[in-house]
Design a protein around this ligand. Sequence first.
Ligand code: KG4
Ligand code: ZN
Length: 343
Amino acid sequence: MVLGIESSCDETAAALVTHDRRILAQAIASQDEDHAPYGGVVPEIAARAHAERLTPLIARVLDEARVSLADCDAVAATAGPGLIGGVMVGLVTAKALAMASDRPLLAINHLEGHALSPRLADPELDFPYALLLVSGGHCQLLRVDGVGRYRRLATTIDDALGEAFDKTAKILGLGFPGGPAVERLAANGDPRAVPLPRPLLGSEEPHFSFAGLKSAVLRAHDSGKYRPADIAASFQQAALDCLVDRTSRALEAMGQVGTLVVAGGVAANAQVRRALEQLAASSGLRFVAPPRELCTDNAAMIAWAGLERLALGATGDPLDIAAQPRWPLDAHAEPVRGAGVKA
Ligand code: KG4
Ligand code: ZN
């Protein structure tokens, strides 16, 4: 059993997970209300909120599961990438708990949490698999050959898809967080009503780009010619077309895999899941998407990544390990031409 801690962005979370995939207890404190007035996550506010909420949250999950720290085999916490203040709160807390209970500390890459989360939900999911990781900070296509063995085939050269959803929501005045709000509004709109670009569609390298799409959404909105629901639906459709095209290109370049997996916050979107499920079917692949609550940030995926490492013989990380604002899953991936600073 592992205690997992997550604090890399705007969710404070703790969870207790067992090696046989039972989530004994989990709690998530969302900071949506703290950040809503600013239309996005404010790092300083996030770090303070994590510091206030994390310890009572951990006490709550231990209580709910009726276990103590001494019953845990390890304490796993996100050590990056993410907003550094928040990551430090979670990691320092985990270090203190590990030291006090004399249990190993597991410093987990948040992206690895997302990448392995489908295996927590689905015991049948074996390596290798193709992974589309779509969240607020990342948009990547990876080949996952095992725990710690990731080959990145594509990434975004500008914005992540979740970021594009959030910006579209902001333009349409839908509030924060934007992804679910855009999805809801899009359900009442016509996906063909607004002509929007599909950046990089059909290009040789399977990379993504969403900045131009976001600007086009802004122009469409400012023109006053379109209903917000039609803009939302057309944006979502353009994004889906890009996702499917880019993923199918990456699958060609990836070599043999049996399963297409989608993970990360945007994987909570029903249309995204449906489009990828169709792509998998037409490519002769099995399709796996974790339940929605495991797609958005949570601590069960962090505990699970810890359990995967323990199962491979990990004995813990040194207590002086540092929090890392950047920490790519594939350290050997070539930098992408035209890309900004995103990992
Ligand atoms: O994985 P996550 O919780 O945090 C990061 O690690 O970034 O992903 C959050 C992102 C946000 O951009 C949010 O708008 C997006 O996932 N998201 C969605 C949906 N639910 C969350 N995007 C589209 N449709 C959704 N239903
Ligand atoms: Zn995440």
